[in-house]
Write a protein that binds this ligand. Structure first.
Ligand SMILES: Cc1ncc(COP(=O)(O)O)c(C=O)c1O
Length: 481
């Protein structure tokens, strides 16, 4: 008789529960100490910047060296940007609630693929609960539905695919393009909308960019004119996108007015609320999204303002049926009834085949802290940003671009000098990154470069803003000298 194969010792070691327990405890200690140090009076640098070549060099040496896994984790932590640092005021990534990171560990070990019901029973059911909650906050009717997917970029593309399917009589999924198509969107929209349209084969002509007003909101007064022109040019416009809010300046488009225009012209109305759509959880700020309930589809990133680690995005549809029409694919090995509308097979409606158990991260936040925590985060961060704007307005060294509507704020150092202020502000931002005491970014709007902050961290205080302004003045004056 053949001897049964024994499990190689090397593989037994991979799955050793006691090693997992040891490393797990060490990791929790490492991260808890990290969190505590970020809340200390002196949390150190936000990042210890290295040039890309030096960083690569370091890791090449490390790869060749002998390092314990525990030491390796500590080194990765030390060489990564710290979003929990109060001086992290840069890109729009969430400062994750630690409970959601712990849920992430559960997701990573269970590795439930979620696309098929039994490969994620809990995560599919929790996804439906979260989607229903968000739809109720939006004010959608009971016919609404949706799902979670990997990021705002993918969600916006999925929504526009659904829009095309819903609004066109020909089935492009089967026949390919037979007419020039277009969407309308503000010129201040995130680049992923432009990218989505190009992926869909719309080309440059198919992305009709509507100018914005002084506050960077879409000019709704221009919509009829742009639509007429598109028709004259032989384009079939099938969708219009509203920003809630825009990426560069955090401006909310007047969604109610766009909705009226979309209805009058039989266009699909999509809202890119990746960053600011979650204000539906805030009593104070939800009026900014007035009209969102009239959208056909909405994207909201939990991994921006809703305390969840990336990638965790909700794509909501006013009419759930639309969410099933986007893809029609034969995958007999996954589902028996291809055409059936089964919410619990999430992969029928998503780009992903295998998907993280993202719903459990959001659910863990709600269970640990209550659903009001999302609104509280918006209220706190938007409020903080208003006080930062006040500080800037009261300081004659700076010019504020505009009163912030959200937690995104743009300003520039404007001393009296004949030197190029764009270059000066660019250099200031570069120096800040390299020195690592603060992390902010910069953006060019029109011809003008601004320093750009997204206030993401509840631990950022007015004192931090004051120190940041002081540091900018110091660096700026050194550069001018
Ligand atoms: C308004 C808006 N839409 C979409 C995106 C892209 O989202 P993601 O990074 O989740 O793909 C962003 C990212 O900053 C954004 O600000």
């Amino acid at each position: 008789m053949k001897k049964p194969l024994s499990i190689p010792t090397s593989l037994q070691k991979v799955y050793d529960p006691s090693a997992f327990r040891r490393y797990g405890h060490e990791m929790v200690d490492l991260l808890a100490n990290h969190l505590a140090s970020m809340q200390n009076e002196e949390p150190g640098k936000v990042l210890s910047y290295q040039d890309p070549a030096e960083e690569l060099n370091f890791w090449q040496d490390h790869y060749a060296g002998d390092h314990s896994i525990s030491a390796t984790f500590s080194t990765i932590l030390a060489r990564s940007i710290k979003v929990h640092h109060p001086n992290y005021i840069g890109h729009q990534v969430s400062v994750p609630a630690p409970i959601a990171s712990i849920a992430g560990m559960l997701s990573d070990l269970l590795n439930n693929g979620t696309g098929v019901y039994e490969m994620g029973m809990a995560s599919n059911a929790l996804e439906k609960i979260i989607i229903d909650l968000v739809n109720q906050k939006i004010g959608f009717p009971n016919s609404a539905g949706g799902f979670m997917t990997s990021g705002g970029t993918l969600a916006n593309l999925t929504a526009l695919l659904a829009a095309r399917k819903a609004k066109l009589s020909s089935d492009i999924w089967k026949t390919g393009h037979d007419q020039p198509l277009a969407i309308m969107v503000s010129e201040a929209s995130h680049y992923c909308i432009d990218r989505a349209a190009r992926i869909m084969g719309l080309g440059t002509k198919g992305i009709i960019k509507i100018p914005v007003d002084k506050t960077f909101k879409i000019r709704v007064d221009l919509l009829p004119e742009y639509l007429e022109k598109a028709k004259k040019d032989g384009l079939t416009v099938f969708a219009i996108v509203g920003c809630a809010c825009s990426t560069a300046t955090g401006s909310y488009d007047p969604l109610d007015k766009i909705a009226g225009f979309a209805q009058a012209n039989n266009l699909w109305f999509h809202v890119d609320g990746a960053h600011g759509g979650g204000v539906i959880f805030s009593e104070k700020y939800r009026p900014k999204t007035k009209g969102i309930d009239q959208a056909d589809s909405v994207v909201i990133d939990f991994h921006k303002m809703l305390l969840t680690p990336a990638l965790t995005t909700a794509l909501l549809f006013k009419n759930e049926l639309d969410s099933y029409k986007t893809f029609s694919q034969q995958a007999a090995y996954l589902w028996n009834a291809e055409q059936a509308q089964e919410w619990y097979h999430s992969g029928k409606r998503t780009f992903e085949c295998t998907k993280l158990m993202m719903s459990i991260k959001v659910y863990s936040i709600i269970k640990a802290h209550g659903e009001n925590i999302f609104g509280e985060n918006y209220d706190h961060l938007y409020g903080l940003t208003h006080s930062f704007a006040r500080l800037i307005s009261n300081n004659t060294n700076f010019t504020l671009l505009l009163e912030p509507e959200s937690n995104i704020l743009n300003f520039r150092f404007t001393p009296k000098t004949k030197k190029d202020l764009n270059l000066l502000n660019e250099k200031i931002q570069n120096r800040l990154v390299k020195e690592g005491n603060f992390y902010i970014v910069s953006v060019v709007l029109g011809e003008t470069r601004y320093l750009r902050c997204s206030v993401m961290n509840p631990f950022t205080t007015e004192a931090v803003f004051e120190q940041l302004l002081e540091e900018i003045i110091n660096i700026g004056n050194q550069l001018l000298a």
